[in-house]
Design a protein around this ligand. Structure first.
Ligand SMILES: N[C@@H](CCC(=O)NCCCC(=O)O)C(=O)O
Length: 266
């Protein structure tokens, strides 16, 4: 990932990025992958703030007073199906229930308060679950579905290669950012939106009908989810860059609106 610098550090908007809980080097970590943080910093022009996945213990909606938006990252873990009323099976694993307990309430609070929200891959699936939708597991095993998993490789640039066509709904919010010509994206997932939440609008689909992008119908600000990974090529792929720039513009808009309201209140 090679993102170019955008914006200055003074006065940059701040973006909350909920962490994953990971185990390595003998420790449990609350961590977010660099590719997301760097795309926020270098292309959206905002300061990322990683939020530990301790949502069962804390009401993180309090941090919405101090940030200008929220970004939800991708992760290999899956939303626990208990969150959408289904019993867990081995096909739903692995889980990260600390992250679920953090992101699901935070998504609802972010939308209620009108902060910009950008949801990527696992985050896109979380957005659907947080608003009452459900998720299908192991979609590559379903007839008429393509294989949306990453190519087998140890080289991240190959796993994240742009290779899958998506069609963008004319007249939609994604089309207002990227236009209506089909684009190619990367694809690294085994699950997909099944029942779409009532407050979500489909913005793009893959050739097998898999939902690839959604927006929140009643959102007061930028509220977009994508099943692919624009963060990985945000420094070089025009569509990926444009999405992060649009998120950055929404963050700056929210920040300046908040400053105006605060100064009017004295
Ligand atoms: N677990 C979900 C979400 C997929 C996702 O966020 N993938 C990120 C890429 C992880 C990697 O393979 O490196 C699903 O599989 O649908």
């Amino acid at each position: 990932m090679n993102a170019g610098v955008r914006g200055q550090s003074v006065g940059r908007p701040v973006v909350a990025v909920p962490a994953d809980v990971k185990s390595f080097e003998g420790y449990r970590w609350h961590a977010a992958a660099a590719q997301y943080l760097e795309a926020v910093a270098h292309v959206a022009g905002a300061m990322p703030l990683v939020v530990p996945a301790l949502g069962g213990e804390f009401d993180y909606s309090r941090i919405l007073d101090f940030v200008d938006g929220v970004m939800l990252t991708g992760s290999r873990s899956n939303v626990h199906p208990g969150n959408y009323g289904e019993a867990p099976t081995p096909a739903h694993e692995p889980f990260d229930e600390g992250r679920d307990a953090t992101t699901l309430p935070l998504i609802r609070a972010t939308l209620e308060r009108g902060l910009p929200l950008f949801a990527i891959c696992r985050g896109f699936q979380e957005l659907n679950v947080a608003l009452g939708g459900s998720i299908a597991a192991e979609i590559q095993e379903q007839p008429d579905r393509m294989d949306h998993r990453a190519p087998e490789s140890t080289v991240q640039d190959e796993r994240f290669a742009i290779r899958q066509r998506i069609d963008i709904r004319p007249g939609g919010r994604l089309a207002s950012i990227l236009g209506t010509e089909p684009i190619k994206v990367n694809s690294l997932h085994r699950q997909a939106i099944d029942r779409l939440a009532d407050d979500l609008e489909i913005e793009a689909t893959a050739q097998d009908g898999t939902i690839e992008a959604v927006s929140v119908k009643t959102a007061k600000a930028f509220a977009l989810g994508v099943q692919w990974h624009p963060e990985y090529w945000a420094g070089s792929d025009p569509a990926s860059r444009t999405l992060f720039e649009a998120f950055g513009d929404a963050l700056r808009g929210y920040r300046s609106q908040k400053a105006t309201l605060l100064s009017a209140a004295g």
